[in-house]
Write a new protein. Structure first.
Ligand SMILES: NC(=O)c1ccc[n+]([C@@H]2O[C@H](COP(=O)([O-])OP(=O)(O)OC[C@H]3O[C@@H](n4cnc5c(N)ncnc54)[C@H](O)[C@@H]3O)[C@@H](O)[C@H]2O)c1
Length: 393
């Protein structure tokens, strides 16, 4: 596959590291950026044969089969529309749109053009996440009741993120999009998100957008997706997920406690990990960040999908649903009420029910709880199926 990358900033470099630094059969043939010096330097560093300061020209180039959009949020729509016009497959970074209306335009454009629209949600491709998701799908933790995802760090690295207009919001659109899609995967993408309750506030930075937020997303089967996001967390980047099921539990820690701890007096003055606040003392490097953060698996899934004419695991439709959930979160933060998730084009299940088959103790009783106490006594608590009385056996 021959690829163009649009943008030469932070995420464009992560993408290039994943696409160029490993021996892949897919090659980056074109890089687009506004600044003639920067685009040339990027092309030289990553051995990219063509570069351009014209977006449409870069996308339409004959040596480009698919385009990777690594531009600020307010430029995603324009870039995706250019790809649709040129008939080039497009892989867009997160969040898909600044809101659901933008995301829907992008979804409709790629579907009309008959091209693949891949949603570059790397955190749904980390090795730990992929293993967790397959365990959940195999029933290892039973029915998911609650899936919580947290992404917090001291704030982003470029000016445009801090502009509510350019970014579409603050930490909620920037980081919440990851958390929402992680929870959605664990709960089941087929499950309709119904409503959102959210607190969001600007607590620390002199900006118009929120720098801290917590939200609850309620799904049709009663499951809850919880997101916790912050641009004022101190101590690096905290990326953690917790999934609670009827038969088990998953705890994931992607960044700060990965099993790799390093102490240094600071002599090497080394890069440690994304958003690390210190490079002396006890540190928590991540190792191969590109791999640990899911970029390698993500691109493999995207290119396989394009080659085989199928959809990747994360699509523009997923990006649109995430935007629709976040729109409801912003509405709830304003109204302080549960707000409905408005989806124009729901493609998942409709026949959901919250009915549960409770485990029986015997033909007359349900089993509520069984526990071995320190005294050696085994306590069994049951509920009568007809009378509802709660008893100890
Ligand atoms: N984990 C992830 O998936 C992840 C991580 C970081 C950023 N992102 C996303 O990637 C996108 C870019 O973020 P970033 O961190 O690389 O930002 P960045 O500021 O580091 O880079 C942005 C790039 O866009 C260029 N640019 C800015 N304004 C432009 C304009 N008007 N016209 C053309 N080019 C312009 C900049 O020169 C730069 O090359 C955002 O949508 C962000 O949400 C995703």
């Amino acid at each position: 596959m021959q690829l163009a990358i649009l943008g030469s900033g932070f995420i464009a470099r992560f993408y290039a590291e994943s696409l160029v630094a490993q021996r892949r059969k897919d090659v980056v043939t074109m890089i687009y950026a506004r600044d003639p010096e920067k685009v040339k330097a990027f092309a030289q560093q990553y051995d990219v044969p063509h570069y351009s300061t014209n977006l449409e020209e870069a996308v339409a180039h004959k040596d480009v089969d698919a385009v990777v959009v690594a531009l600020p949020n307010h430029l995603h729509l324009q870039a995706v529309l250019a790809c649709a016009k040129a008939g080039k497959h497009v892989l867009c970074t997160k969040p898909l749109g600044r809101n659901a209306a933008e995301a829907l335009q992008m979804l409709q454009a790629v579907e009309k053009a008959g091209i693949v629209g891949g949603y570059l949600e790397d955190l749904c491709y980390t090795p730990k996440f992929l293993k967790s998701l397959s365990s959940v799908k195999n029933g290892a933790i039973g029915e998911v009741i609650w899936a919580k995802s947290r992404e917090t760090h001291p704030g982003p690295h470029s000016d445009w993120f801090w502009s509510k207009e350019k970014a579409g919001g603050g930490c909620m659109i920037d980081l919440g999009c990851h958390c929402v899609e992680i929870s959605r995967n664990f709960i089941g993408k087929d499950m309709l998100p119904i409503e959102v309750m959210c607190w969001a506030d600007t607590r620390v930075h002199p900006i118009d957008a929120e720098d801290n937020a917590i939200g609850l997303v309620k799904y049709a089967n009663g499951a809850i997706g919880q997101f916790e996001v912050s641009w004022s967390f101190r101590g690096g980047m905290d990326l953690r997920d917790e999934v609670m099921g009827t038969e088990g539990t998953i705890w994931l820690n992607n960044f700060l406690r990965t099993g790799f701890e390093l102490f240094t007096t600071g002599k090497g003055n080394d890069y440690v990990a994304e958003k690390a606040e210190s490079n002396t003392g006890w540190l928590f490097p991540v190792g191969d960040e590109v791999h640990e953060l899911g970029y390698s698996h993500m691109f493999t899934d995207m290119f396989e999908a394009i080659e085989k004419g199928k959809q990747p695991s994360e699509t523009f439709y997923d990006g649109y649903i995430v935007n629709a959930i976040l729109d409801a979160a912003y509405a709830s933060a304003r109204s302080k009420q549960w707000e409905p998730v408005r989806i124009e084009d729901w493609r998942g299940a409709n026949n959901t029910s919250q009915q549960r088959d409770f485990p029986s103790y015997d033909e007359n009783y349900y089993l509520i709880k069984e526990e071995l106490l320190p005294s050696g006594e085994r306590k069994i608590i049951v509920k009568h199926k007809q009378t509802g009385s709660i008893e100890k056996r």
